[in-house]
Design a binder for this molecule. Structure first.
Ligand code: NAD
Length: 260
């Protein structure tokens, strides 16, 4: 089991990232949290995880759109935890708009945070993993890394790119004890999705309840949102020895969404 391993989880002040960080702590792993939010709330979360699980938890507020801050995040984690064994590239943003009106700056920010940040964090941590012959790279893609939907050009391009990056890293480090995999969630009820419910209602010209029923969960055969706890358990499994031969995979955790 991954007990005692050290992880960076980007975008872990909220939603899926926080769910994965919590599952890692429950599994006895030490974690560097990252993401934006209220400083007092983040400190309370950090301290509670540390106290409840008897592990080391640190926080670094690197802006994942900035390569120099990502470099500093990797150095911070190494200094605080001794080494970095696992990275979870999870920080992500969304913007829902038809392409002809899609703001240039939104496109650039989505590609920077959802895709380029993963490249930079991998680049700044993988050499040490290679030297130790053990590492786990977990990238949060999406079902929208596998299929498209209208009005999400930036997000879908970034998530398809994330899957390409995941496979390339898997091949480059296959002989070094390092696995690289993408988790592809269906809809998970997090702050990111709550915002989309309002945006999609506007884009489709329907009510928020109709967005949940007819847009989001219409394609999810279980008719239930995926939970952050399920994604945390998936990430812990990918860190385990049992998952050592799973690499280059894009794993849907989507209630059957991509089975159709
Ligand atoms: P969320 O909005 O709840 O959390 C996003 C996290 O990223 C937050 O901690 C936020 O502070 C952080 N973040 C945003 N911009 C950042 C930046 N520039 N630098 C550092 N941190 C930044 O979102 P979520 O739903 O938990 O999504 C997490 C990941 O999972 C994203 O990559 C998202 O695309 C993916 N995902 C989500 C769903 C879903 O249904 N919620 C489905 C598939 C994939």
């Amino acid at each position: 089991m991954p007990k005692g391993k050290n992880a960076i989880v980007t975008g872990s002040t909220s939603g899926i990232g926080l769910g994965i960080a919590t599952a890692f702590c429950e599994a006895g792993m030490n974690v560097v949290l990252n993401g934006f939010g209220d400083a007092d709330e983040i400190e309370a979360t950090r301290a509670a995880l540390e106290a409840e699980h008897g592990v080391t938890v640190r926080y670094n507020g690197a802006d994942m759109s900035k390569p120099d801050e990502i470099r500093d995040l990797a150095a911070f984690a190494k200094a605080e935890l001794g080494q970095v064994d696992v990275i979870v590239n999870n920080a992500g943003i969304q913007h829902v708009e038809i392409i002809e009106d899609f703001p240039d700056e939104k496109w650039d920010a989505i590609i920077a945070i959802n895709l380029s940040a993963a490249f930079h964090l991998i680049k700044n941590t993988v050499k040490d993993m290679k030297a130790r012959k053990w590492g786990r790279i977990i990238n949060l893609a999406s079902i929208h890394g596998l299929v498209a939907s209208p009005f999400k050009s930036g997000y879908i391009a970034s998530k398809h790119g994330m899957i390409g990056l995941t496979k390339t890293v898997a091949l480059e480090y296959a002989e070094d004890g390092i696995t690289s995999n993408a988790i592809c969630p269906g809809y998970v009820r997090t702050p990111l999705v709550d915002e989309q419910i309002a945006d999609q209602a506007r884009a489709h010209g329907i009510s928020e309840d109709e967005v949940i029923r007819d847009v989001m969960l219409a394609g999810q055969p279980t008719r239930e949102f995926v939970t952050v706890e399920q994604l945390g358990a998936t990430a812990v499994f990918l860190c385990s020895d049992g998952a050592a031969s799973i690499t280059g995979v894009s794993l849907p955790v989507d209630g059957g969404w991509t089975a159709r």
